[in-house]
Design a binder for this molecule. Sequence first.
Ligand code: ZN
Length: 232
Amino acid sequence: MRNESDTDNQKATDSASPPPLRSRKPGRNGSQVAQVSGKALGRMVEAFMKLPGIGRKSAERLAFAVLGMPKDEANGIAQAIIDLKDTSRYCTVCNNITEDEICSICGDPKRDVQRICVVEEPSNILVLEKSGTYRGRYHALLGAISPLDGIGPENLKIDGLLERLRTGEVKEVILATNPTVKGETTALYLSKLIKPLGISVSRIAYGLPVGSDIEYADESTVQRALEGRREM
Ligand code: ZN
């Protein structure tokens, strides 16, 4: 990339197609990118840094990768973000992400209605589904109990879960909250709440590393964890 002196009011997305830029690693001076290479690039770096697990270095690498892309490919990413925010919503039954009122899992008559697997986030459902072992339904709490962060049971989607359990259809609840202090606290709380309803409560096994997030586990680990669940 050439060093231009007048990049200040020039956007990286200028329509007058400049020669295609090849992405490259920010290198040692990468941390200065936001200051030296134009406002748009700096804003892109800042935007990527809002994503979980992305620090400045990774954000710079991603920003340069976008810069090196053909324009329609980069536009596709921007449009995908817009579409995602415009069309996605929570399933009114289980809080999974869906574009309709009810998600594809809740709407699937072949799924076992007697089992509900409780997770913290909708993204966890995706991981459990990839394991291919579970054919029941889900319930995402949209968080976990965390007194230090001021998050109590009342801040989670627990009422909806209890409502589903009161229909009498459900025979087993699998608690697949994360193996962290928050996740364990939540599982224990739910177990005490659900057991008196005469429903079997099991906890996902420690096939998952302690202190980690289900989201980052590989499929076989998740599969083992589900198979090794224990009663609480
Ligand atoms: Zn659903």
